[in-house]
Design a protein. Structure first.
Length: 441
């Protein structure tokens, strides 16, 4: 089935959910209001009032759903569909309510009915997306492009063990590669023809790699993981008995076969939503502190208090940082404490940055990162991060990529809290001491 046809069907499904939500909200308002507020007169409001909202609401909903990447069929996963749909429904609420308050002030009943409609949409849209996911995945209409790497006999026995038809129903096999032909003799790099083959698979939309560890030396396994873990959505390892003690991996089961999966914790929409919520709350609470620091730093600034700095995220997209324009000779305490970065909280509020995350890149640091880090494109640069607070972070550039990858793979609120606490303690302890190392913005 054509992907364009499937995307059109998903658009119609979202619009149908919106229409059903408005109708249910209209009926719920006239069913519950006499029960909740019996003293208020019940006036039958025409359905046409809600139809006026349908066109702009449908347009906004499609935009928000597309922004949540729910029309990218390669990302068709249950968690992503459900949480992304809930996020799109929540994004729709503020503009619709603002429209009613500003332009429809006389429609007292339409505002209450629209509140019910938005509540219904919050239930219907994720449910419809979940059903669509089950239908598309089980029918085989949408499958995730994947690659098998391992000994041919081991790959074949694995597929026979888990049931080829059942396992491949949600996956599209692009190729099977033998490590002996894929890697050089020492296992330190890919052979030239194999590198071209892998790049061609990535261009075809490769999203998942399954690596069979049996008979694969550690050096070969390390080379394969380094090649794919920052370029695809997930890497699954099929271990042998001697490899079950791998650290940093999650054990799952596919029928009777154990799998070790290495994937980014921040790829999960629920965790990204939690992290974004924390950023928003912290950004709002920090606004008075930002204003106070700017007032205290005015004597050391002279002229414009803020300056714009151009930096790049891990996907090499340009971002603009706002920092205090401070003369180090007169306001060195602002640098030592890290308070000169506090205006970057405005970027956190706007969604350009995060409280904790990889440090923004400058052009000369591009060589430390591969150019095709598409799987890390949604990780926003942070005011502080694991590399920034490490004791050797500014002196060992080779460790930076490893730390950023560890953070993406193992993100948690606890980890963010520890990094923020460490940043605070380092800022306090550095006051009164001369600046050392290669501190940079």
């Amino acid at each position: 089935m054509s992907r364009y046809l499937l995307r059109g069907g998903l658009v119609l499904l979202d619009v149908a959910c919106l229409l059903a939500a408005f109708w249910l909200g209209w009926r719920t308002r006239f069913t519950l209001l006499p029960i909740l507020l019996p003293e208020m007169p019940s006036v039958e409001q025409p359905w046409s009032l809600y139809l006026d909202l349908l066109a702009p609401s449908a347009l906004l909903l499609i935009i928000f759903v597309a922004r949540a990447r729910l029309y990218r069929l390669a990302d068709l996963e249950m968690r992503h569909q459900v949480y992304g749909a809930m996020q799109a429904a929540l994004w729709l609420a503020p503009p619709i309510l603002a429209y009613l308050v500003i332009f429809q002030q006389s429609y007292e009943f339409s505002r209450l009915g629209t509140l019910f409609a938005l509540a219904w949409l919050l239930l219907l849209l994720p449910a419809a997306r979940a059903v669509a996911f089950l239908v598309l995945s089980r029918s085989g209409w949408v499958r995730v492009p994947m690659l098998f790497i391992g000994r041919p006999d081991r790959v074949e026995s694995f597929l026979k063990g888990v049931g080829r038809r059942r396992y491949m129903r949600g996956n599209l096999e692009l190729a099977r590669l033998d490590p002996a032909q894929l890697l050089t003799d020492d296992g330190g790099d890919f052979r030239p023809h194999a590198d071209e083959q892998v790049n061609a698979l990535l261009e075809r939309g490769l999203e998942k790699v399954v690596v069979f560890m049996e008979g694969m030396p550690r050096a070969h396994l390390t080379t394969v993981l380094r090649k794919f873990e920052i370029r695809v959505r997930s890497v699954k390892l099929v271990p042998d008995a001697a490899s079950m003690s791998l650290m940093g991996a999650r054990i799952v089961r596919q029928d009777d076969q154990p799998l070790l999966t290495v994937e980014q914790a921040l790829w999960r929409p629920a965790k990204r939503a939690i992290k974004r919520s924390v950023d928003l709350v912290a950004g709002i609470l920090a606004l008075p502190l930002v204003a106070l620091v700017i007032l205290l730093a005015l004597p050391f600034m002279g002229g414009r208090p803020l300056m714009r700095i151009r930096r790049y995220d891990l996907a090499r997209r340009p971002i603009t940082l706002l920092q205090l324009r401070v003369d180090y000779a007169r306001g060195g305490w602002l640098f030592q404490s890290g308070l000169y970065k506090l205006p970057e909280m405005l970027g956190v509020l706007l969604g350009r940055q995060s409280l904790v995350g990889p440090a923004p890149l400058i052009p000369r640091e591009f060589e430390q990162y591969p150019g095709d880090m598409g799987a890390f494109s949604f990780i926003k640069p942070g005011l502080t991060g694991l590399w920034q607070v490490s004791d050797y972070g500014y002196f060992e550039p080779g460790q930076r990529l490893a730390m950023d990858m560890y953070y993406a793979m193992n993100w948690s609120l606890r980890l963010d809290g520890r990094i923020l606490l460490e940043s605070f303690m380092k800022g306090i302890s550095s006051l009164g001491r001369p600046r050392q190392g290669g501190m940079r913005t």
